[in-house]
Design a protein around this ligand. Structure first.
Ligand SMILES: N[C@@H](CCC(=O)N[C@@H](CS)C(=O)NCC(=O)O)C(=O)O
Length: 232
């Protein structure tokens, strides 16, 4: 059986990581027999990140490479889509994973209100005595990564504006149909849905959680996705 190495469930989601949720959705959709194995420290993994799929032959890192592996086994997440829709889908996936994702990280790791909740969710396995210094040093490196990536260099208003433009682009699709590419969930939904769900689930009242929670269209889309491909 396939094993999905994933960050544990958190904030009411299958996993704190939208990439792990995406991969679980793809495994379900592909009709594979699989089980989850929770992990908190990915440093021994091929990319030092999760998700990773353990197949009978090897460890497959990265949700996109896992997608390719599943497609090589016969999965077709974009069945019936035109070449143009597949191209749009690729762009939406990149927007979610290479832009929106960093706003989720910023919201969770750089926010002093969220941090104590995050620390007590993610770092419980670290002995209480050293939990604070160890988790603070991990936080420091994540925050440094956000500065390197660039998202934390924008003012809150500029960040909100960048987000707004992406959310409007996603909404433009969802005004047309229940899922991004039509009547059924496809690969774009498996990236964008979990990313929006992660934004909504951050355990604090932030401009981003508020923005998503107040948006009927996006909220109902997140719920629809969760119901369309249930993850136990
Ligand atoms: N491109 C990767 C991104 C995965 C990723 O960023 N995973 C994060 C969690 S959401 C991670 O493992 N972070 C741990 C770290 O960077 O140390 C994918 O699509 O799987």
């Amino acid at each position: 059986m396939l094993t999905l190495l994933t960050f544990p469930s958190a904030f009411g989601l299958f996993s704190a990581s939208p990439f792990c949720v995406k991969t679980a959705l793809m495994l379900q959709r592909a009709g594979q027999q699989w089980q989850r194995s929770d992990m908190l420290d990915p440093r021994k993994m091929p990319h030092q990140k999760l998700p990773v799929l353990r197949t009978p032959e090897r460890l497959v890192p990265d949700s996109d490479l896992i997608r390719e592996w599943l497609e090589a086994q016969g999965a077709d997440f974009d069945s019936g889509l035109s070449d143009l829709q597949k191209a749009q889908s690729r762009a939406l996936i990149r927007m979610a994973e290479e832009h929106l994702y960093f706003h989720v990280v910023q919201d969770r790791w750089a926010n002093d209100d969220v941090w104590p909740i995050l620390r007590d969710t993610f770092f419980t396995v670290i002995p209480a005595l050293i939990r604070k210094p160890v988790s603070n040093s991990i936080r420091k490196s994540v925050v440094k990564g956000l500065a390197f990536q660039g998202v934390s260099r924008f003012s809150p208003a500029e960040r909100q504006d960048r987000l707004e433009r992406d959310l409007e682009a996603i909404s433009a699709y969802l005004w047309q149909s229940p899922y991004l590419m039509g009547e059924n969930p496809t690969s774009a939904d498996m990236s964008v849905g979990p990313m929006l769900a992660a934004m909504r689930a951050t355990p604090s009242d932030t401009p981003l959680t508020r923005r998503i929670k107040q948006d009927k269209l996006l909220n109902s889309y997140i719920d629809r996705m969760e119901q369309a491909i249930p993850l136990s």
